[in-house]
Design a protein around this ligand. Structure first.
Ligand SMILES: *Cc1c(COP(=O)(O)O)cnc(C)c1O
Length: 338
């Protein structure tokens, strides 16, 4: 493939194939391969009217050895099962999920970016209610599909800190709502505040807990972490989506001899952190140089605005190294596809 791997960005690029399976009459059908980007859907499908939809996002990388490595896809399979349970959709069995992901990568092998470009293959599994219902009730039919696209390095200008805006006039998810599930509704709910943060020149918005507005919840579509006293600290909240990147960083931090704390994190604690950032599949880590609490007229700054802190950098380099095969995968997180 002759793509400009370094300048791909993060956008839809047509690849050759996607895979699909339909749940009908109480069971999942065989995986079908398609080269169509469109598919017909009943105008009454529950995904269109009542938000019965869940998605996942994960990546595959080419190593220096030319082999394709897939990162922790079993965890994405498990999370999609939890999302399906949470909004009463048919559950995609772990095995079907993993087979579909592996198959769609191999079918689109030529789109997996080469080693050394910083680019990767982004994999997007999707589960939607395709059966029609006009009353508010779960569909009887579901479609599971997986498509892929090559994406560029998240930080075109290198691994650089960004500035964040705390939003106090908006919530992404209710305390006992669907924040802990990877469902589209949460994203629809976050769009206006993320757009607002962008308009003011910030990378994205930082949400506080919806009940008391005292604790840090999430940062746009990514988890928050802070570093102080050799400790990796990340919020515990029922409305946070459990990030696989975050869980992996916790394991790496412990392995580096750090302590890990998962507990409510008061906003004011930002004044005590040595380093802070967000984590998720897209960027692995986005370090913050500044967090602005406009309403309280407080601004928190962290280290050099041009360079991520030393702990953040080490965590980032370790995880990226495991993902692309430069470092030994002592945790058994990657699967080599061939
Ligand atoms: C997907 C997602 C994350 C990141 O999860 P990863 O498994 O690390 O990619 C964090 N927060 C939200 C709201 C998400 O949807």
């Amino acid at each position: 493939m002759d793509l400009d791997w370094k300048n791909l960005g993060f956008k839809i690029i047509k690849t050759d194939f996607n895979v699909r399976s339909v749940f009908k009459d109480g069971k999942w059908g065989d995986l079908e391969v398609s080269s169509e980007e469109y598919f017909p859907i009943h105008i009454g499908a529950t995904c269109l009217h009542y938000g019965q939809e869940s998605f996942e996002g994960l990546k595959a990388f080419t190593g220096a050895d030319g082999q394709i490595r897939l990162f922790r896809h079993g965890e994405n399979a498990k999370r999609m099962i939890r999302s399906a349970r949470g909004i009463l959709m048919a559950e995609v069995p772990e095995e079907l999920f993993m087979d579909a992901v592996e198959k769609v990568i191999l079918l689109n092998k030529k789109y997996v970016p080469p080693y050394g470009t910083g680019a990767s293959l982004y994999i997007r599994p999707l589960l939607i209610g395709t059966g029609p219902e006009v009353g508010v009730r779960p569909a009887k039919e579901y479609t599971f599909l997986v498509f892929v696209m090559p994406v560029g390095p998240y930080f075109k200008a290198g691994f650089k800190p960004v500035e964040m805006l705390i939003v106090r006039d908006h919530d992404r998810a209710a305390p006992l709502g669907t924040g802990h599930l990877k469902v589209g509704g949460n994203y629809a709910a976050s769009m206006s505040s993320i757009a607002e943060a962008h308009k003011k020149g910030f990378a994205t918005s930082m949400y506080l807990d919806a009940r008391e507005k005292k604790y840090i919840d999430e940062c746009g579509p990514a988890n928050f972490f802070g570093i102080k006293n050799n400790t990796f600290i990340t919020p515990k909240s029922p409305s946070i989506l459990p990030s696989i990147t975050n869980q992996s960083l916790q394991v790496i931090a412990r392995n580096m001899g750090m302590k890990v704390e998962i507990r409510p994190v008061p906003v004011e604690e930002l004044a005590e952190f040595e380093e802070v950032g967000a984590c998720g599949t897209a960027a692995v880590i986005t370090p913050f140089s500044k967090v602005v609490d406009e309403e309280k007229d407080i601004s928190y700054s962290f280290g050099d605005p041009q360079t991520p802190g030393p702990v953040t950098t080490r965590l980032y380099e370790t995880l990226v190294g495991i993902q692309n095969g430069d470092l030994e995968d002592s945790f058994g997180w990657t699967k080599i596809l061939d």
